[in-house]
Design a protein around this ligand. Structure first.
Ligand code: AHM
Ligand code: MG
Length: 345
């Protein structure tokens, strides 16, 4: 029988640590293919700027009373904005001004926002994911995915955003935690940057991140386990067994943070469907698909339990999906359990 070690050595990170100071601007410019117009690079830089502003507001949230819900009036008689609303406005404003984006799908908006200028990209985003954690000072994040318009330069149509994640040309997230990080991929690996708040620059921390070989964590909200389908429960039992790789259970309840930790240290993050909500809680276009894109770029996989999240065709911009995303062997193992015949209770 193996013994439980509550304080194991820090697991290895599967990526190349930065050997020198490289700003995100320099990195984006260096990695941009010669044939590229620079539109994608500029748009990613706009998102980095949005991340700086949101990070700044997040850090001051407790001081400026941004924690509450929107609609509250502050002492100056101005209507207070919650951080979710602020983040949504900052991202929409910067992308609109940047001129590279023609449409934005946001968790905060019931409909798609169309921008003037007909930039070639369509962005999907959850401006502030995990925001129910804000009042407890728990880390939160921004998730984004980027599609290229089918006919760049024309007015965007529904076919430009209701499309499978396989069509994404970039995805990433910002993580607002002890430090602020930007992690993104444009299809040539996953790269992570940390914001130096003094310099106001995102500096390269890891390039070409990959899930490490030995996974450390599984991240499921076990309180909901009695409502999952059997295969998901059986996976968790397997993950707990002595003869499987030793993994700890860690669940922050903030998808970006759970995904990020598992990307660095190996693992799987899940938000399964339940008997009440078979599609779960997370949204395909701006949560599931971008995280699955990053996972694939890091050698992993994102799945709804049966099919890659990147193959699913959304029928609605806010469509939900079960999400299992992380190291390849764990997601594939989960899919095996889900596909096995039901066992008697
Ligand atoms: P949100 O988009 O409304 O913030 O909800 C998504 C968040 C995820 O970050 C997190 O994984 C999940 O909700 C946690 O939900 P639960 O508390 O049901 O486990
Ligand atoms: Mg969310």
């Amino acid at each position: 029988m193996s013994t439980f070690d509550p304080d194991p050595p820090a697991p290895a990170v599967g990526g190349s640590p930065a050997a020198q100071l490289v700003t995100i601007k320099r990195f984006l410019a260096d990695r941009q293919p010669e044939s590229a117009t620079g539109d994608l690079t500029s748009m990613l830089y706009d998102l980095a700027v949005a991340g700086k502003l949101i990070s700044n507001k997040t850090r001051r949230a407790g001081l400026t009373d941004m924690l509450g819900r929107s609609g509250v009036t502050n002492v100056q008689g101005e209507e207070q904005k919650s951080l979710d609303v602020y983040a949504d406005e900052v991202i929409a404003g910067l992308l609109a001004q940047g001129g590279r984006v023609s449409a934005l799908v946001s968790e905060e908006q019931p409909e798609v926002t169309i921008f003037e200028g007909n930039g070639p990209y369509v962005v999907t985003c959850d401006p502030l994911d995990g925001s129910s954690n804000i009042d407890a000072n728990v880390s939160i994040g921004t998730i984004f995915g980027v599609f290229k318009q089918r006919e760049p330069g024309s007015r965007p149509t529904v076919d430009d955003w209701l499309r499978p994640g396989r069509d994404l040309v970039a995805a990433g997230y910002l993580l607002y935690s002890t430090s602020t990080m930007l992690v993104y991929s444009t299809g040539d690996g996953v790269h992570a940057f940390t914001l130096d708040p003094e310099a106001g620059e995102f500096l390269l921390t890891w390039s070409d991140l990959e899930f490490p070989a030995d996974p450390s964590y599984y991240s499921f909200n076990l309180a909901a386990s009695r409502h999952w389908e059997q295969g998901v429960e059986r996976f968790v039992h397997w993950a707990n067994r002595d003869d499987t790789p030793t993994m700890s259970q860690r669940y922050i309840g903030s998808a970006v943070s759970d995904f990020h930790r598992n990307l660095l240290h190996g693992g799987i993050f899940a938000y399964p469907g339940t008997d009440d909500e078979p599609a779960g809680k997370l949204r395909l276009l701006y949560e599931g698909a971008p995280l699955a894109y990053l996972a694939e770029q890091a050698g992993g996989r994102g799945s709804d339990g049966r099919t890659s999240l990147l193959e699913l065709q959304p029928a609605d911009i806010h469509q939900r999906t079960p999400v299992f995303v992380g190291a390849l062997e764990l997601v594939e193992r989960l899919e095996e359990f889900v596909s096995e015949p039901l066992q008697d209770a």
